[in-house]
Design a protein. Structure first.
Length: 362
């Protein structure tokens, strides 16, 4: 039995978790800074860094208490290295380095994007990673920073099928919420407003789906573009304001959400059919969205695809997904390396063609 402590600080959540053997989540504590950033309408990196610094000790202690373990029982520390906001990442990274050095524990840097994928295997589903029958696997990663479709093979090879050409899905929802005065963060606010709206009242464009007689360039078949939907919303809102009419916020939110979800779902299943996919996973903050989840579930059932949606609390930023990956790195290199104490944070997603936790899983 091995216990990995995960630390996450890439954006506006300070999170610490303890995970046993890559799957059993003994604790997952998340301190959200949303209230601190809401007045600015988005995340302010320097403010996020200061808040992480204030929160880390408290969140660490809460995670150890919830897991009923002490630092002496921890076998390794995994920390988000990037992508994310550099000032925010540096706080978590340096905190983890200090903790690792002081307690003589191995330290592992984790890629936040891959950690989101791991969220679909929590809790207690990590055995699925080793099952040949699940591959090739299609991953839809939708968050505030990413919108990607990846084909994952049992060897660990990862093929990038597509990504966004402009805004990420979550970013588009956040901006839509701002236009509709729904506050920050936008995704949950749009979802809430949409509940009482009619999604057919407005029809927003479905970019890169090849509708309205427009063919999609082959290289864009699995790419996404959300800026056109956002601009269409902007013009609609402006027209209402120019006419001095009250905004039909619920209908607009429902129509916008519907357009984003339809594009995500149709491209996902197009890719799944074309690539002989056995299993589809969806992860990242936007994968919390109730409409997206139900559409994916309906279509997966009728297409006989196995579907794993990351549970809500492992969709948005958390440290259990970081600790989960950390376990696989620990198995591969239980002593760790002294170089880890010198590792740097990175802002952008590096090009990668392999998912190490799949490659190495036994
Ligand atoms: O994964 P995450 O917590 O952070 C990033 O790595 O970006 O994702 C945050 C994003 C935000 O854009 C937020 O608006 C969106 O996820 N989000 C949602 C929902 N909950 C969070 N979008 C749609 N529906 C939701 N229920
Ligand atoms: Zn994230």
């Amino acid at each position: 039995m091995s216990l990995i402590l995960g630390i996450e600080s890439s954006c506006d959540e300070t999170a610490v978790a303890v995970v046993e053997d890559g799957g059993r989540v003994l604790s997952s504590q998340v301190a959200s800074q949303i209230a601190r950033h809401a007045e600015h309408g988005g995340v302010v990196p320097e403010l996020a860094a200061r808040e992480h610094l204030k929160a880390l000790d408290v969140v660490l202690n809460a995670a150890l208490t919830e897991a009923e373990v002490g630092l002496a029982e921890i076998d390794g520390i995994a920390v988000t290295q990037g992508p994310g906001l550099i000032p925010a990442l540096l706080v978590g990274l340096n905190y983890a380095k200090g903790l690792a050095a002081a307690n003589n524990l191995p330290l592992y840097g984790v890629n936040h994007f891959l950690a989101h994928i791991y969220g679909a295997f929590l809790p207690d589903r990590s055995d699925e990673l080793a099952d040949e029958a699940n591959y090739p696997m299609l991953a839809l990663v939708v968050s505030g920073g990413h919108t990607n479709l990846l084909l994952l093979h049992r060897s660990g090879r990862a093929e990038q099928l597509g990504g966004t050409l402009d805004d990420a899905a979550g970013e588009a929802l956040d901006k839509a919420a701002k236009l509709l005065d729904l506050g920050y963060p936008g995704g949950p606010a749009v979802q809430r407003a949409a509940e009482s709206g009619d999604c057919k009242a407005f029809h927003f464009p479905r970019p890169l789906l090849g509708q309205a007689g427009k063919a999609v360039a082959p290289e864009n078949r699995f790419n996404f573009s959300f800026s056109g939907i956002k601009t269409a919303l902007l013009y609609t809102v402006r027209d209402y304001r120019d006419r001095g009419e009250e905004l039909p916020v619920a209908d607009l939110a429902a129509g916008f959400q519907d357009a984003v979800v339809e594009v995500l779902v149709r491209k996902t299943f197009m890719a799944a059919r074309e690539h002989g996919v056995k299993m589809i996973i969806a992860a990242g903050g936007v994968a919390c969205n109730a409409r997206l989840r139900s559409e994916l579930e309906n279509r997966a059932a009728s297409g006989k695809f196995k579907l794993f949606l990351a549970p809500g609390k492992f969709c948005t930023d958390n440290a259990a997904m970081v600790a989960g990956i950390g376990y696989h790195y620990y198995l591969n290199n239980p002593e760790g390396s002294v170089e880890a104490l010198g590792m740097d944070a990175y802002a952008r997603l590096p090009q990668f063609s392999e998912v190490p936790f799949i490659r190495d899983v036994k």
